[in-house]
Write a protein that binds this ligand. Structure first.
Ligand SMILES: [Zn+2]
Length: 291
């Protein structure tokens, strides 16, 4: 018998929001150790993931979202480049499957500067991988990662991976930054969701009567943090603010019935959030063709 073709189909999913075409593009996933979670015991985290039939320790999707509006192309976040191991760094490969090369991208919208979101900006030689793009990013994130006194307080890992990594990635774009405020791309406006990082930003896409909030890292392990919003991550810059923003965002999207997508929701990530007696529940959209 012929050997089965085991190739997984590209991590791509299209969805229209009014006149805007949004495409979820996977950068892959990462299996994270339990100790990235805070304010929950290892046993509780393990029990919740097991109940939800999720891998243990947590397997975290990393997603980016391409937006096409008014003949222009933007991408929200850039994935991890080739810096985070063999299960990540798929973005460029998957983009070529839908005939997008990085030079065609007009705008990169960053939710924040962390390795899994912004390490796809530049190559190892510090050269722009998005040669024609302007970069929309919160000035607070740019300032924070360039703050020498904050870097001096960080541990070795944070200094190298976060501070130096962010500086290296953004360096070739410093003359083409645009603040993440107001309308940043046709049909897209920046939403302040700070907490996880000082300038953590969501992007609200609105067209006709449809909308989608790409909420960045409002949660990292949705199976746990949607039912337990008080669970934080070891790399939250301000855990208390991250919790408040997570609760406020869950309240807003559940009461206004706003469709969401997120960098760490299980791919492709388009979901609703429902408030119930015990907290919140996530309802992923079902798969559909788009035209
Ligand atoms: Zn992240």
């Amino acid at each position: 018998m012929a050997k089965a073709n085991m190739k997984q189909v590209a991590g791509i999913y299209h969805r229209r929001i009014g006149d805007v075409l949004v495409t979820a593009v996977s950068d892959g996933y990462i299996d994270a150790p339990y100790n990235v979670l805070q304010s929950i015991s290892r046993d509780d985290a393990h029990d919740i993931l097991t109940q939800e039939f999720r891998p243990t320790p947590p397997r975290i999707s990393v997603n980016c979202y391409v937006i096409r509006a008014n003949g222009k192309i933007a991408i929200i976040d850039t994935g991890s480049g080739d810096t985070m191991g063999p299960t990540l760094g798929m973005l460029t490969k998957f983009l070529t499957e839908i005939d997008i090369d990085l030079p065609q991208i007009d705008t990169v919208l960053l939710t924040h500067m962390h390795p899994d979101h912004s390490n796809g900006l530049s190559d190892v030689n510090g050269k722009r991988l998005f040669p024609n793009a302007e970069i929309v990013v919160s000035e607070k994130d740019i300032d924070y990662w360039h703050d020498d006194s904050a870097m001096a307080k960080a541990n070795e890992n944070q200094r190298v991976r976060y501070f130096e990594g962010a500086r290296f990635q953004i360096a070739p774009y410093m003359d083409r930054l645009k603040p993440a405020m107001g309308e940043v791309f046709p049909n897209v406006r920046a939403v302040d969701l700070s907490g996880h990082t000082p300038g953590h930003t969501g992007y609200m896409i609105e067209s006709e009567n449809d909308s989608l909030l790409v909420w960045g890292d409002i949660c990292h392990v949705p199976d746990i943090q949607v039912r337990r919003p008080e669970v934080t991550m070891v790399f939250d810059a301000d855990p208390e603010a991250a919790i408040n923003t997570r609760r406020r965002t869950f309240d807003m999207v559940s009461s206004d019935k706003v469709l969401v997508a997120g960098m760490h929701l299980h791919f492709p990530g388009f979901s609703h959030v429902i408030a119930n007696r015990d907290g919140y529940r996530m309802v992923p959209e079902s798969w559909a063709f788009t035209t």
